[in-house]
Write a protein that binds this ligand. Sequence first.
Ligand SMILES: Nc1ncnc2c1ncn2[C@@H]1O[C@H](COP(=O)(O)OP(=O)(O)OP(=O)(O)O)[C@@H](O)[C@H]1O
Ligand SMILES: C=C(C)CCOP(=O)(O)O
Length: 244
Amino acid sequence: MIVLKLGGSVITAKDRPETLDGDALARAADAIAALEGDEDLVVVHGGGSFGHHNASEHGVTTTAGTRDATAALDIHGAMKTLNQFVIGRLLERDVEAVPVHPFSAGHRDGEGELDLPTGQVETMLAEGFVPVLHGDMIAHAGEGATVVSGDELVAALARALEADRVGLCSTVPGVLDGEDAVIDRIDDFDAVADVLGASEATDVTGGMAGKVRTLLGLEAEASIFGLEGLASFLAGENPGTTID
Ligand SMILES: Nc1ncnc2c1ncn2[C@@H]1O[C@H](COP(=O)(O)OP(=O)(O)OP(=O)(O)O)[C@@H](O)[C@H]1O
Ligand SMILES: C=C(C)CCOP(=O)(O)O
């Protein structure tokens, strides 16, 4: 089984609020529709220009929450809008995509630890659907509601579903070193910490450093690659940077 994240920075124009990158989303949907065999696939997408701007305006992050339902729904609503676009493009290509909105499914405890039940995702997979989750708001004990990133959801899903392969499709061809060359393999955070930065665009969830840290904690091997690497990742290859 594969857990794939489509980075918000790939499928949206991240510097322009609520703007889809229609061509990039179409290419990603083409690659997913071409997946052969009967391998289970769970898709998670990030926010890009949907969600991050709203979260930033409301001062909400993964640790700083809000108890204002209107603010929470503003952020959640932006993510649901993007989710509908993603699902729409997949349905057009006969991928049996269905939504799972994390705000209604999980929560964080007082330590900020994410608890994401996955019974519905497992049942969807068993019944032939492709569940599509997204970075979202999530109830957070002691904080109201905070942001949950697509990357955190990927990690939770990979653990709970014992994923064989984990892929993060982002706007870069992999994790880049000081000379902008793709680093082939990362197995130690400290060895690459100085080249790992935040996102260039408005992003409340941590950019590349957060991704590498999250993926290093996983049992399954993970890959970070660009859109040009998506088809080969889905075909079983290891494009971009492998994190193990
Ligand atoms: N060493 C690095 N190698 C590659 N990218 C890096 C590095 N350091 C920082 N970055 C930034 O990380 C960004 C990718 O993280 P970002 O969180 O924007 O991606 P995403 O997951 O695709 O989008 P989203 O968080 O909206 O879903 C790159 O666009 C780049 O600006
Ligand atoms: C900003 C929100 C609501 C979701 C962020 O998800 P991400 O783009 O995967 O970090």
